[in-house]
Design a protein around this ligand. Structure first.
Ligand SMILES: Nc1nc2c(ncn2[C@@H]2O[C@H](COP(=O)(O)OP(=O)(O)O)[C@@H](O)[C@H]2O)c(=O)[nH]1
Ligand code: SF4
Ligand SMILES: [Mg+2]
Length: 399
């Protein structure tokens, strides 16, 4: 499981007030002493991640969080903010309560926030060993999936794992690239670029994932480099169901492929897998409405590599200036440094990278914030296809 790419793991955040037993619970679930346990408030400052395989879900990462009610001087506010930040990217949440009969304002607010974000949730009522006769007929529990456990004695921890396995389903956030659109024995041709900026000795993650999806579906996959594809296609005596190419060779390859063969790019497929394709297609049309002095935000999930920086910081701004012929201002962000809802309002368009190394949930949340603030958003692949005038053809396969 350690070789599962981080972006493909399922993140489960453990939230709750200080001392409710979050760190003890993560230890009980994963059966190891990893998170620091203490009866002193606010022991967990930075999130602790623990990977574990859960039946029906696969590789999961449990994220221990600081209590969101931390009031300790200096560190308290930072810890509270951390819990809210973690909520931005988890796929599911476990909320630990000690006394469900006295749920307070902060707990209610946090639960409300989880609900608003539509994050699947299980309530865990902890410390069953202290008061095993706790009455649990409180009205508010009717709206939740919950289980009573003791992190200390491990009572009902297996029931909790069963609930996680049954109720937290990754499919919603981790969609297909194309396996729902192809049939066994369909032929898909992948045209990839291998140059000095490619990773040493391996294909990039979206290429690996796509090959796996095609093979798993029973399809046939040809992989060819951009320097050989013309010769290869000339000699291929079956019509491919689809050709998938690297965005950087879009303009060159499109002219040489017959109109009746569907063609798309790895990053467009990635946008589909991350669940943002439709919004990104709508968002890119904002290029037509831009005026002088408008601001565009360009976001990359990784903190940085030379090649992507060249595309992000140099090529994309240049292409946009050439296309729009307007005096556009560009700003750049990397990693998890995404603007708050208020700050976002100053941008007319957000352009996100393909997000191959990040979770669908994280990207979807960024797009959701844009949607909420009425800010257009798109991704690199859609933008490049649009600027090359080939977007419609690149998405025709999905219609
Ligand atoms: N009796 C009992 N004590 C618990 C249980 N779970 C946690 N504790 C205790 O509650 C205190 C706070 O636990 P901790 O896991 O650090 O809470 P956190 O702040 O939410 O991470 C510690 O003294 C734990 O030993 C439980 O199920 N039963
Ligand atoms: S596309 Fe984004 S997530 Fe993938 S390597 Fe580049 S910066 Fe990282
Ligand atoms: Mg803790």
């Amino acid at each position: 499981m350690n070789s599962t790419p981080l972006s493909n793991r399922f993140y489960i955040g453990i939230f709750g007030k200080c001392n409710s037993g979050k760190s003890s619970l993560i230890n009980a679930i994963t059966n190891q002493q990893i998170a620091t346990i203490s009866n002193k408030k606010g022991t967990t400052t930075d999130p602790v991640f623990k990977a574990m395989e859960i039946p029906k879900i696969g590789p999961c990462v449990f994220v221990d969080t600081p209590g969101f009610d931390d009031t300790e001087e200096n560190l308290g506010e930072k810890r509270t903010r951390k819990s809210h930040e973690i909520l931005e990217y988890v796929n599911a949440a476990i909320f630990v309560l000690e006394k469900p009969d006295v749920i307070d304002k902060k707990e209610k607010e946090f639960l409300e926030k989880i609900k608003q974000k539509e994050i699947p949730l299980i309530l865990v009522i902890n410390k069953k060993d202290i008061d095993s006769d706790k009455k649990l007929n409180f009205k508010f529990l009717e709206n939740y999936i919950f289980v009573e456990v003791s992190a200390k004695t491990k009572e009902n921890i297996n029931s909790l794992i069963d609930l996680i396995s049954k109720n937290f389903n990754e499919e919603e956030t981790n969609k297909n690239m194309i396996s729902d659109l192809i049939n066994p024995l369909d032929v898909v041709v992948l045209v990839i670029v291998i140059d000095e900026s490619s990773p040493k000795d391996r294909l990039i993650l979206p290429q690996q994932q796509l090959i796996y999806e095609i093979l798993k579906k029973g399809g046939i996959c040809y992989v060819v480099k951009n320097t050989e594809y013309e010769e290869f296609l000339k000699n291929l005596n079956i019509k491919p169901k689809l050709i998938v190419i690297d965005s950087q060779i879009f303009s060159k390859i499109f002219k040489t492929i017959d109109d009746d063969i569907p063609i798309t790019s790895f990053s467009i497929l990635l946008a589909r897998k991350k669940g943002i394709l439709d919004y990104a297609i709508k968002g890119v049309k904002m290029l037509e409405k831009l005026k002088n002095k408008d601001k565009i935000l360009i976001v990359e999930s990784c903190t940085h590599k030379k090649k992507s920086c060249d595309i992000t910081c140099v090529k994309i701004p240049r292409w946009i200036l050439e296309y729009t012929k307007k005096e556009i201002e560009f700003e750049f962000k990397t990693g998890d440094d995404f603007p708050s809802e208020n700050e976002l309002k100053k941008y007319r368009l957000v352009i996100h990278c393909g997000g191959c190394m990040t979770t669908a949930k994280k990207i979807q949340n960024k797009f959701k914030i844009c949607l909420k603030q009425n800010v257009a958003a798109t991704n690199h692949g859609i933008l490049i296809a649009y600027l090359n005038g080939v977007l419609e053809k690149s998405i025709s396969f999905f219609k």
